[in-house]
Every structure is written in C-alpha cells, then in structure tokens.
Write a protein that binds this ligand. Structure first.
Ligand SMILES: [Fe+2]
Length: 344
C-alpha cells in the first residue's frame, strides 16, 4: 500500500507498534477503521531490515542490519526511506571500527572534517573525519575541569543543529557510542518539521524568507565562553542560513534553528532575539521532543536539516563517555537551496 496514508486509530497503533512489522503492519493498516492519519511505516523495506517506531513519526529503531558490513543497494535505499520518513534512526548493537563508521556515512554523501581540526587548539584523539564528542583527552584520560575543549563542548548542552555555523552545514550526523555514562548523558531531539506544522500560518509566513546569521561563537558566548583566538574567528566566520526550509526528499517544511544564531537580516537585534527565543521555546515543547537514552554500541543518526538536539547533563569529570560522530555535508548552502539571495 503506497501513498503514505492509513486508517488505523492512534490508540490501536500505539498498542500494537512494538509487535508489528513488514507485511503484518501493512495488513493492519488496511483492516482497522478510524481517522485518516499519515503513516510512518509505509516503507518498502530492503532485504530484511526492520523499522520499529519509537515515536509515531519522528524516531525509529532499525534492526536486522549490520553496519560493519557493506550494504547492498536495497538496504541502503530502505534506510534512506526510513530516514526521510522519520528524522532520527537508532541502530542498536553495532560493532564498528572508525573506518566502518565512515563507510556508512559515505552512502549518504561526503563527510565533514571536525571543527577541532579548524580550531587547532589541541591534538586530535581521532581522525579528522570524526568529531570527538567524548569527554576524553588525547592521552585517553577523562578531561580536566579547566580543559578548553570541555568549555567548548559544553555548548552542546544548548539546542542546536550540527554545523549550521559552516557555509555548508551538516545534512546527517551518525553518533556512535563506544562507552556511555551509567546515568545522565542522554541526547534530546526536537522535531522541527512537526514544530513548523504547528506554527500559526502567520508565523509560517513571517519566517519564510528570513535569513539568520549563525556562528559557533554565539552559542559558546551564551555559555559564558568567549576566549577565542583570532585564528579561530578567521576560519569560522558567521554564515547566513534560512530560518525555514523545505526537505527535498519528502517536501516537508521545517524550522531551521540553532543556538548559534545571532542577528537576523532585516530585523533589529531585539526583534531577532525575541523571535529566536519564541521559536526555540515553541520547537522544544515536550510533544516535539524525543529523548534518547543511550545503550552501549548504539549508532544514532539524525537529519540536521529538520531537527535540533542537545546533550543532557552527566558527571563528565567522573564517567567516561566516548561518543564519536561522523557527519554528512549538505549539498549546498541553505539560502542557495531555498533560492534566497543574501548580500555579502
Ligand atoms: Fe551536535
């Protein structure tokens, strides 16, 4: 059954979601009566992968797939279809080397170089193609209280989307857990497509065509960290990004937002701050948020074009949390994708 609509009621779906898959699911959608709703599971799955919704239309777990092995074209397509349908995919119990992690990224596009390579303030523990989101120093010990990298990474506790401070932002991130904290250290994700749909039409019109300036130094300044070198400011200048965008693979509109935003072109600073604060508050209401509680060897993949995320608190001076991110670059700057010209 193609076409993306189904006729099962919310209650019946929530009751049976964990137990249905593949053809069984499609039969269910054909036989239940109820309101017409968009169906997140009308996927022609590849050779045996399983997609289990965690939320109705935002996050799903993917099983029966081994990311350490080369994927055939059908399975790559099945993962992509699930990814465009949801925005957050969880692949449990994966056992990956760094090169296998990077090989998975390449099915989706070219990978990024970590911002730490731009900063150049500390030796890299991992290859430059991997963003080290751990609390571990290059000597493999947990970082110190005064570590500059620690100050930098505390900005990840703010809602953001990856690399929106780069001219070419991130399309997808794949974060892999090699060790986790026993308590805390979750990752929260906000569904910016659903949040856009829930805006008033007046607000949808207002943000369409607006362009914001993103800088990594804005989010760090919010955390009270402003000690940046001239070199860092030179290699990471502010960049323009649209405030609302369309996701080409599914046609959905989305808010595009991050704590990296400073000014908005055409608005006063006060108007811009008020609008950004309002959109952040709206988008991060609990009904739009999925909290991922990490299990060892989870790989979690999210669409940076239509989600925000943030790390939650944990005792980072006590627990070793080794999470490593490989990142797919978007295909073009967001203004270019939306057909908006911005004065340099
Ligand atoms: Fe991030």
């Amino acid at each position: 059954m193609a076409g993306g609509r189904w006729n099962a009621s919310y209650d019946s779906v929530l009751n049976v979601l964990p137990t249905y898959r593949g053809a069984e699911w499609r039969r269910l959608t054909l036989t239940r009566a109820g309101p017409i709703l968009p169906c997140p599971l009308h996927l022609e799955l590849g050779m045996g992968i399983s997609v289990y919704p965690v939320t109705l239309a935002f996050a799903a777990e993917v099983g029966d797939i081994d990311l350490s092995q080369p994927l055939d074209a059908a399975n790559v397509e099945a993962v992509k279809q699930a990814f465009w349908t949801y925005s957050v995919l969880v692949f449990p119990d994966q056992h990956l080397t760094v090169s296998q992690h990077l090989a998975f990224v390449r099915y989706f596009g070219p990978h990024e170089t970590t911002i730490a390579a731009y900063r150049g303030d500390e030796a890299l523990r991992l290859p430059a193609e991997i963003a080290d989101v751990s609390n571990i120093a290059p000597d493999e010990k947990i970082w110190g209280r005064e570590s500059r990298v620690r100050m930098y990474q505390l900005g990840n506790r703010l809602w953001h989307t990856d690399s929106s401070f780069k001219r070419l932002p991130a399309l997808a991130s794949m974060l892999y857990a090699r060790s986790i904290a026993p308590i805390g250290g979750h990752t929260e994700f906000a569904d910016c497509r659903a949040a856009y749909d829930a805006l008033s039409q007046a607000m949808q019109r207002r943000i369409t065509g607006l362009v914001a300036e993103h800088s990594i130094f804005n989010s760090r300044a919010r955390m009270g960290f402003t000690d940046f070198s001239d070199h860092e400011r030179r290699v990471l200048p502010p960049v323009p990004q649209v405030l609302a965008r369309t996701i080409p693979q599914n046609g959905r509109r989305s808010i595009y937002l991050a704590s990296h935003i400073g000014r908005i072109f055409g608005l006063s600073d006060a108007e811009a701050k008020s609008l950004v604060d309002e959109l952040l508050a709206h988008t991060t209401q609990r009904q739009f948020v999925y909290t991922h509680r990490w299990r060892l060897h989870d790989l979690v993949m999210w669409d940076n074009r239509c989600t925000m995320h943030r790390g939650t608190d944990f005792d980072d001076l006590r627990w070793r949390r080794d999470v490593q991110r490989a990142t797919v670059s978007d295909i073009a700057p967001t203004c270019e994708q939306e057909g908006i010209q911005v004065a340099a």
